[in-house]
Write a protein that binds this ligand. Sequence first.
Ligand SMILES: [Fe+2]
Length: 434
Amino acid sequence: MPGTVRTWPAWPEFGAAASKEADVDFVHAKKAIIEEYGADNLTRSWLAVCQKLKEVTEDIASQGSSIIPELNADDVLANGFGEAERERVRETGCFIIRGVVPHEEAKGLYRDLTQFVADNRSEIRGWPAETPSILKLYNSPTQNTIRTHPNQLKLQKILNELWHDETGETCADPLIYLDAVRDRPPQQPFLGLGPHIDAGSLCRWADPKYRRVYSQIFSGRPDAFDAWDLGLRKDADQDSFHGSAHSTVLRSFQGWTALSRAAANEGTILLVPNLCTTVAYMVLRPFFQPPQDGADIMDASKWTLDESGVFPGTIKTDSQRLSRSSHPHLRLEECLIHVPPMEAGDTIWWHTDVCHAVDPGHEGKENAAVVYVPACPTTNINKRYVKKQLECTLAGRAPPDFGEGSGTDESKYKGYKGHEGMSEDARRALGYYL
Ligand SMILES: [Fe+2]
């Protein structure tokens, strides 16, 4: 099937034993939800969600990568999302928008980045240390040009508008979240980011404001779950158990802009192109334990209530991990699929609750380079963070979520331009008027 991982990589599996942290926060979080919503409601949802997953996974497995919607920037920037497109992206939770940065311009920006990195090589650290492909670099001219590109800012507002908020306390105006850059050479395997969902892990269950996001799921009404309710989501604390994997800000969509070609088995990204049913399964999964007989594993009715502190794939300081054995109904081997080929200037976007993984292989001929550029709405938490982030930038420090970064002052790098010549829209998104 096009897009399917050919040989399952050596990503970790998360069985009950591996996830059992001797920590009362896990037990308390589960107990609080069982008490509040009741075991019967959780079971009702579990059965309904596993049933729905049969249809969802069949659909993904049969369509492969073609299920991921592809749109052109010119159309979206001129007309927004049409009703049919909106429905589709709400279902998949992910989509490609091509040509957000014109192709030749993006290629030129990659050349600039390569030069900038070469000029400052001794100052810039990468991750993982043995094969550094994600550079701890946040304010190179290339990154700043791409994230403040007029098309980007306009698009990010349109993407933020896919969410809604009846409280009137937020708005869709984009705020810029500084993140790193990836420049991955061919033939460099990478197993560091297997299937996972960002925006925290245990906090989804433990933080009372965060778990309200999923209250319909816990209440036995998974069909009523609204993954686009910013009014609920805006107050969720994604970093209540602090960890370097957690972003403080809510990204309505995570995403990257390609600086060079990226394709299946050539250093791209894999996604589970389904939002609501998959995340419903993920948040319900800790409440149920599998049947003894492995032959019954796919029969949801044979799973039983689990009131212990077991949360498979949940590690406080890490993103929420998923695996074949811990989350069998997702059929990850068939449903975690490569995105279609991307060229310089194209963008991929995935809702903050979508499961994704970095391509374990890169058998292409050229470096697969991307700038991480998400969409962030204006919320109080996001505003507070962006304000601090700007202070850090102006002082030459890494953004607050990234610790020491490379441990060197970027503003002293050769070729550093900072926010020189930025438009008013860009300065607003960077937090100058907060
Ligand atoms: Fe991620």
